[in-house]
Each structure stands twice: as structure tokens, then as C-alpha cells.
Design a protein around this ligand. Structure first.
Ligand code: AKG
Length: 244
């Protein structure tokens, strides 16, 4: 599998926002520098190690709410590079909600199953950014998604097999729909809608595949979701939080 080796500029305002609206996702190559991703990965590994969670979480997923996040990352989840794209796609008022590390390695080599994130939080629609901390390929578990699937909520099935993602879309419901696999270089970012049906390939490579997924919302829209109590501003102003 050949990956694009060169970072490309993010699409212009119109192109990026239109592609997101049409497809439900937007790939921005080289949003962050590869060296920086190595630093993020070292840092998040050290945090997980200190918590005792590095090899302890069977799903390989650890979530931090904005106010509980290491200040180093909190700053980077809201910096100019990402804010520039978020304000094009979401609008002038944006809040940062949370971030998760998703780590696939020899202990957590399964792919993330097909799901729509919205069922985990409901309320107003959110946008997440999947950031490659390692090069990601079909062999080591890169993201896959179904373009255009953000237009409707599908049936989610409750599943408990011990690896997280308790609400999933069944393969049956996806029959005949086009699947896009998105290999990524370290520092590439995939912006996607919370109704986007997505998952990842299993990691059969025995090498690491780490990603960060940060989540944002339009801060000018009332949100009935009770998941987030402490959003942080990225841009513009916010409506008061709805008490849950
Ligand atoms: O395996 C992955 O990186 C995808 C994780 C994912 O889809 C999620 O956490 O919502």
C-alpha cells in the first residue's frame, strides 16, 4: 500500500466545508508535523503508564474530558491549526469537549467495529478529528468509513464482547454500501460527522497504531447531551450549558 508521502495544504474554505457537507468527512494531510506526533505519542504513553492503563484497558481506548486533560494536549486540541479547519466546517463558535487515545498493538489488535458516534452521546451533532500518531495502513488498523452515511441514524445493536463499542451497526445493515479505507501518515487528520458510520481495520502487523480522536461541537447550538459538563472554548461564544 503506497501512502502519500507529502503533506498537502488543507482544502480552501469552500472546498473543505463542501466536501464535509457532502461526504460527512474531510481528510487534511499533514495537519501536524510527524516529529510532533512522535512527541504526542511519547507523552500520552507516559500518562497511561503512570495511570497504570497502558496495557490494562481491553478496548485500547482511554477518554479524557477537556478539564481533565494534560494542559499540553488541551492547548494543542484548540490551537490555530485545528481551529482554522473547525471554524470553516462548524462555524465561528466552537467548543472542545474531549479527546481519546485509541491504541492498537499486539494486545489490542482487533479493529474497531462499525458504529455511529452520535448514539454514545445524542443531543446536537458533533464533529471528531481522528489524528494519526503513527502511520496507519489497512494492515495495522487504519480508519474506514462509509461516505455519505452521516445523513441518517441507523439501527444500533447492543453488543458486549469485552472490547468496548457496546453499540454497533451490523454488517447486514451495511450491505451494498461503499466502504472507503483511509491510510494516513503521522500528522494527517480526518474530520468526521458523528453520524458517519466508521470503524477500523484489525491490526495484523504487530506494530503500533496509535490515534487521537478529539471531539468538538457548535457552541452556538443548545445541546441536550449530558456527557460533557466542562467544554472549553476554541472560538467565538457559547450558549449556556443545558443542565442534565
Ligand atoms: O480504531 C480506531 O481508531 C477508531 C476508533 C473509533 O472509531 C472511535 O473511537 O469512535
Amino acid at each position: 500500500m503506497t501512502l502519500r508521502s507529502q503533506a498537502v495544504d488543507p482544502p480552501g474554505d469552500e472546498d473543505g466545508a463542501m466536501a464535509y457537507e457532502r461526504d460527512g468527512f474531510l481528510v487534511v494531510r499533514g495537519l501536524y508535523a510527524p516529529d510532533e506526533m512522535a512527541e504526542w505519542k511519547d507523552r500520552v504513553k507516559a500518562i497511561l503508564q503512570e495511570e497504570g492503563n497502558l496495557n490494562n484497558i481491553p478496548s485500547g481506548v482511554r477518554v479524557w474530558m477537556a478539564d481533565k486533560l494534560d494542559p499540553y494536549f488541551c492547548e494543542r486540541m484548540r490551537d490555530e491549526r485545528v481551529a482554522r479547519i473547525l471554524t470553516r466546517v462548524i462555524g465561528p463558535n466552537v467548543e472542545f469537549l474531549s479527546v481519546k487515545a485509541v491504541y492498537k498493538n499486539e494486545h489490542t489488535s482487533f479493529g474497531s467495529p462499525w458504529h455511529q458516534d452520535w448514539f454514545y452521546w445524542k443531543g446536537s451533532h458533533k464533529l471528531s478529528v481522528w489524528i494519526a500518531l503513527d502511520d496507519a495502513t489497512p494492515e495495522n488498523g487504519c480508519l474506514r468509513l462509509i461516505p455519505g452515511s452521516h445523513r441518517r441514524a441507523l439501527d444500533m445493536k447492543e453488543v458486549d464482547d469485552g472490547v468496548g463499542f457496546g453499540r454497533r451497526v451490523s454488517d447486514e445493515d451495511l450491505k451494498g454500501l461503499p466502504v472507503t479505507t483511509i491510510p494516513a501518515r503521522r500528522g494527517d487528520a480526518i474530520f468526521f460527522h458523528d453520524l458517519m458510520v466508521h470503524g477500523s481495520h484489525p491490526n495484523t502487523s504487530r506494530t503500533d497504531r496509535w490515534a487521537f480522536i478529539s471531539t468538538y461541537r457548535d457552541a452556538s447550538v443548545r445541546d441536550e447531551s449530558t456527557v460533557w459538563k466542562t467544554p472549553m472554548p476554541v472560538s467565538g461564544r457559547s450558549v449556556p450549558i443545558v443542565e442534565g
